[in-house]
Structures are given as structure tokens and as C-alpha cells.
Ligand binder design. Structure first.
Ligand SMILES: Cc1ncc(COP(=O)(O)O)c(C=O)c1O
Length: 447
């Protein structure tokens, strides 16, 4: 149970000082109208002005089982009191092996090893390094290039930023990793707009990989990295057969395929990982967010056995991977991760998601004929309502829609003119209707 916010904490929220520089935030605008939350439980936040706000984003794509799950809260408490910290460099504690084993158990067949990080960004950079290290361990050190994709989001480390495909994120920070190429976005509004789930058209976009490999000698490419469903870049489900084709091209050329499942992992598509729902098996899977239900920062790389085995060929006393983070496998994160997996299982949350995703799809697409709607895309419990930009004011409609929803007690995320949705997987039909109705009423009032 979440404690009700005290009067003192509410008063504090009104006098917050100005020391904190928030990520991805227009700071001066934020100061004039700070959005603050004091507590959360289940599907709702409590805002600083005492309102219950329905969470349409699972925090930031992470609180899959809803907020304040008592079992997770208790596990963190217990771990903090018992073992506050132990390094994972040359030592560890039992929960790291237990959690890794549980993750391997729900991963696609053959992913027998897990490397722990503290975030999705670190998971991505770790996966890129493991990919290069794998080739080198096999005597193929010339394979160093990476291929990402337009609109891909792989976190904010220099590696993830380099393979990412959102130009604005990179503009101020170059130069990035050399030798990175990008596939284009597999999307064409005319043939794929308003698709329900995976678009029927668009598999041919995967053939671009062959073209890129004609320019970038395939024998120099270490890995292709994609989100199975593009998330932060705008929720683009993969066209049918697209990922299958990427998979077979990578296999043909000895290139590793990395699925970045930081958003899609832990049930979002109705299976533990999107790889299972979409029936395509990559070589490395990055994950984070739902790994602990968002309760403690944690990420990881799930690794296929043949990759791990390649690292194990040297002398047994030699360190195989010169890489890691102080907090890799932190006791609080492991406790939260184990409890989160228990909760997901107990609630049969992934199976439930597969069922309620149909209601979600129909509700979202009921907005199709409302004003300013340019496209609607969905898969699992992910969705986006794309608004047509107002002439000369890109992003204005998105911001206005998100504000209006918030005023009506619903938290959605505006990314330019996209209204991005990713509710906790415990959402019910009434709450789905509340999200969709708040968007409906916002776009009806908007010019
Ligand atoms: C697909 C994907 N990869 C990586 C990241 C980065 O994760 P983090 O913010 O935990 O570093 C994100 C974050 O949203 C993501 O969506």
C-alpha cells in the first residue's frame, strides 16, 4: 500500500528550489508549470495538487504490473536491510544467479546467460561491446561496424546514440562512433497507415540491409540492432515478415542481430519478450525497465549460448570480458527483479496482455474519424495516436492534447505531435476507455 502524501510533502512540492536539471525537459517552461507527483498506486499517480492521475505510460514504459506492487516493495525493503551492496567484480551474491536463471527461463530458447547493467542505455552499449568482442574472440576482429535504423532509440550513451536514428538527439553531441549505417524506417503512410498490429505491407524494407551490405563490406559488420517495435521513435510495429528477412540476411552474412527490448520486454506484446510474440530469434536481447517493474534501476543483456561460449575459449584464469558497472547485479535491483517476475507470473500478466490488447486496439482505432488524426498504430499494449501538425507549429497539437488529457486526469506522453501510449499491463477496459475518451475530447476541442 502506498502511503498518502503528507501535508508536509505537498507543501515541499510547492517550494522545490531550482537545482535539478531534468532530462529531456524544457527547463524554463517546466519551472512555470511544474508537473509533480507525490505517490502512486496501481494505475494511478497522486499529483502534487492532490489529484488522482491515470497513468497511460506505465511511468516511462516500465511499470508493467502497476505502481506500488506490495510484493516488490517488501522485497526491496528486506534486501536493503540484509545486504546493502556487494560488488559483482570477481564476487557476487546468490540473487544475481537466481535472477539470471529466471530470466534465462523466460527468454527464448538458447539464451542461457545474462549480463547485468543499470539501465537500458548501458544494456545497449554492453550488447554492442559483446558483439564486437564475440567476433574478435573468434579471430574475426575486422567486424566492427554496426547497423541501426531510422527512428531507433537505443538510449543516451555514445554507443546507443550512434546506432540510434533520431537526428535531434545526436545533433549537439557529435562526433559519434564511426562506421555506423542506418536502415530506413519501414513505414509508408499510404500503404501502412491505420494498420492494426503488424502492417501487411512493408517486408521489402528489410531488403535494404542487403543494399547497405553492398556498400559496407558484410565481412566488416559486427551487428544489426533494432527495436522489434520502434518505441520512443513513434511506436511503429514491424511489417509482417520484415524481422524474419532481417534475421535471415544477418545469418547469411555472419552478422549478429540484436533486439533492443528495453520497452517490449516483460510482457508488452503478451509474451515475455517480443522475440517470442513475433517469432523471430535474435542473438542478443537488451532489456531494462519492466525488469524490476521500474522500481529499482536495472538492465541487462540476454546472451545466446554460442556467443558466451566463444568468449570462453581462452585460458581459464583470464578475464573474458573487460566490461561492467559498479552496480551490475545490485542486491536491491535483484530483489526487485525476482519479485517482479513473481508478480508477473502470479497475475498471469503476459497472457492477460495478449487478451486485453484486442480491446486496446479497437478503442484506439475508434479515434480514426476524429479531427486532426493522421494515423493510429498499435501492437500489444503499445499505441500511438499521430496528430496532423498544425501549419507552422509542429508539436503544438501534441502538447495541447497531452495537457488537456492531464487536466482531465490522464497522463499520456506527447512526442511532437505523437501521443504515445504504454499503460501498465493491469489496465482494465474502463481505464482504456478513459484514456481514449480523454484524447477524443482533447482533439475535438482543438483547432
Ligand atoms: C528501446 C530502448 N533502448 C534503450 C533505452 C534506454 O534506456 P534507459 O533510459 O534506461 O537508459 C530506452 C529508453 O526508453 C529504450 O526505449
Amino acid at each position: 500500500m502506498t502511503a498518502a502524501p503528507s501535508l508536509a510533502s505537498r507543501a515541499m512540492a510547492n517550494d522545490i528550489g531550482d537545482a535539478h536539471w531534468l532530462p529531456f525537459t524544457a527547463m524554463r517552461q517546466f519551472r512555470s508549470n511544474p508537473m509533480m507527483f507525490l505517490a502512486a498506486e496501481g494505475m494511478h499517480y497522486t499529483s502534487a495538487d492532490g489529484r488522482r492521475i491515470l497513468d497511460g505510460m506505465a511511468g516511462l514504459w516500465c511499470v508493467n504490473a502497476g505502481h506500488g506492487q506490495p510484493r516488490i516493495v517488501e522485497a526491496i525493503r528486506e534486501a536493503a536491510g540484509r545486504l546493502d551492496f556487494v560488488s559483482s567484480f570477481k564476487m557476487t551474491h546468490p540473487a544475481t544467479f537466481e535472477l539470471a536463471g529466471r530470466l534465462a527461463g523466460i527468454a527464448p530458447e538458447g539464451f542461457g546467460r545474462v549480463f547485468f547493467t543499470n539501465s537500458g542505455s548501458e544494456a545497449v552499449d554492453s550488447a554492442l561491446k559483446i558483439a564486437r568482442g564475440y567476433h574478435r574472440a573468434r579471430g574475426d576482429a575486422g567486424r566492427t561496424k554496426f547497423i541501426g535504423r531510422a527512428k531507433g532509440y537505443h538510449g543516451m550513451g555514445f554507443g546507443g546514440l550512434s546506432v540510434g536514428g533520431i537526428g535531434r538527439h545526436k545533433r549537439d553531441f557529435g562526433p559519434l562512433l564511426p562506421d555506423v549505417a542506418h536502415l530506413s524506417l519501414p513505414y509508408d503512410r499510404a500503404s501502412m497507415g491505420f494498420s492494426r498490429g503488424q502492417p501487411d505491407a512493408g517486408a521489402h524494407y528489410a531488403d535494404e540491409l542487403e543494399s547497405l551490405l553492398q556498400i559496407n563490406d558484410p565481412a566488416t559488420v559486427a551487428a544489426v540492432i533494432v527495436e522489434p517495435v520502434i518505441g520512443s521513435g513513434g511506436v511503429y510495429p514491424p511489417p509482417k515478415e520484415y524481422l524474419e528477412r532481417l534475421r535471415s540476411i544477418c545469418s547469411r552474412h555472419g552478422i549478429l542481430l540484436i533486439f533492443d527490448e528495453v520497452i517490449t520486454g516483460f510482457g508488452r506484446l503478451g509474451t515475455a519478450f517480443a522475440a517470442q510474440a513475433l517469432r523471430v530469434t535474435p542473438d542478443l536481447i537488451t532489456c531494462a525497465k519492466g525488469m524490476t517493474n521500474g522500481a529499482v534501476p536495472m538492465g541487462g543483456v540476454l546472451i545466446r549460448d554460442f556467443i558466451f561460449d566463444a568468449f570462453m575459449a581462452g585460458p581459464p584464469e583470464a578475464i573474458e570480458l573487460f566490461h561492467g558497472y559498479t552496480y551490475s547485479g545490485h542486491p536491491l535491483a535483484c530483489a526487485a527483479g525476482l519479485a517482479a517476475l513473481d508478480v508477473y507470473e502470479e497475475l498471469r500478466l503476459f497472457e492477460r496482455t495478449a487478451v486485453i490488447a484486442t480491446t486496446w486496439q479497437e478503442a484506439l482505432h475508434s479515434l480514426r474519424d476524429e479531427p486532426h488524426i493522421a494515423d493510429i498504430r498499435n501492437i500489444g499494449l503499445l499505441g500511438v495516436v499521430e496528430l496532423a501538425a498544425r501549419k507552422g507549429e509542429p508539436g503544438a497539437r501534441g502538447a495541447s492534447c497531452a495537457q488537456s488529457c492531464y487536466d482531465n486526469g490522464v497522463l499520456v506522453r506527447a512526442s511532437g505531435d505523437l501521443i504515445v501510449l504504454s499503460p501498465p499491463l493491469i489496465i482494465d477496459e474502463e481505464q482504456i476507455a478513459q484514456i481514449v475518451d480523454s484524447i477524443r475530447s482533447a482533439v475535438r476541442q482543438m483547432n
